[in-house]
Design a protein around this ligand. Structure first.
Ligand code: 1PZ
Length: 211
């Protein structure tokens, strides 16, 4: 990626996600994910199989956002209402809308929990902590339950190649280690709020298990 990555960029995008009345703007949600993709790509080619899936999902949502019904996709709340009202969501496998906005965003939403857990454990980690261990603990506590064995295996292999804690802080490109830790402390509550609002919305509409 030509753009140089900084943790600031990710956090800025997720900060912009929330509207005054606590709706979540899809435009900034996917912009946050674009930054994460550029981060993953800077970690090396083992991560392409992960980032290419994220890119695919960003693209699906971006297409909805820019097509003629784009205004319905302004926020996650408006998307859920629009797609449910118009029967555009497959609630079971084998329907005619396998790539609804709702199910696509759900995949990113589940991964956001992983990110939140991982960044929180990184924030409170010590010099002896291993990023690969923190990362896979967060993965096992969140995303792994939705992945078949073969993907869990591949994710495990990729995670083994993660740089150590010091190098990882450097790749985040947000100043000294202490700066990064402070930044994470400020920003994680915002990511967590975006996560929680989405989670409650999906739960209320019985969308948490979309195929
Ligand atoms: C910093 C290092 C990042 C390590 C991330 C550890 C997580 C490994 C996840 C590996 C899964 C990638 C392969 C694609 C799986 C897809 O099958 C699933 C389900 O989608 P479907 O098949 O139903 O359409 N895709 C996902 O679960 C989305 C995966 C997102 C992974 C996000 C990682 C976040 C990285 C942030 C970087 C700091």
């Amino acid at each position: 990626m030509a753009d140089s990555f900084s943790l600031h960029n990710v956090l800025d995008k997720f900060k912009l996600c929330l509207s005054d009345n606590k709706e979540v703007y899809i435009q900034y949600y996917i912009a946050g994910w674009r930054e994460l993709v550029s981060f993953m790509n800077s970690l090396g080619s083992v991560f392409y199989f992960i980032s290419s899936d994220v890119v695919k999902k960003i693209q699906i949502l971006d297409n909805y956002l820019t097509d003629e019904n784009g205004p319905q996709y302004l926020t996650i709340q408006s998307m859920v209402k629009y797609e449910l009202d118009n029967k555009l969501v497959d609630l079971t496998k084998g329907g005619s809308h396998p790539e609804s906005g709702c199910r696509t965003l759900l995949r990113l939403h589940r991964a956001l929990l992983w990110l939140q857990l991982f960044l929180e454990s990184l924030r409170t980690s010590t010099e002896e902590s291993k990023t690969s261990a923190l990362c896979s603990e967060a993965y096992n506590a969140s995303l792994a339950q939705y992945h078949p064995w073969i993907i869990r295996k591949a994710a495990g292999v990729a995670l083994c190649t993660l740089p150590g804690r010091d190098a990882f802080f450097d790749v985040m490109n947000a100043g000294s280690h202490q700066d990064v830790i402070t930044l994470l402390g400020e920003a994680l509550p915002q990511i967590s709020e975006v996560y929680q609002i989405t989670q409650d919305l999906y739960a209320k509409n019985n969308l948490l298990d979309l195929p």
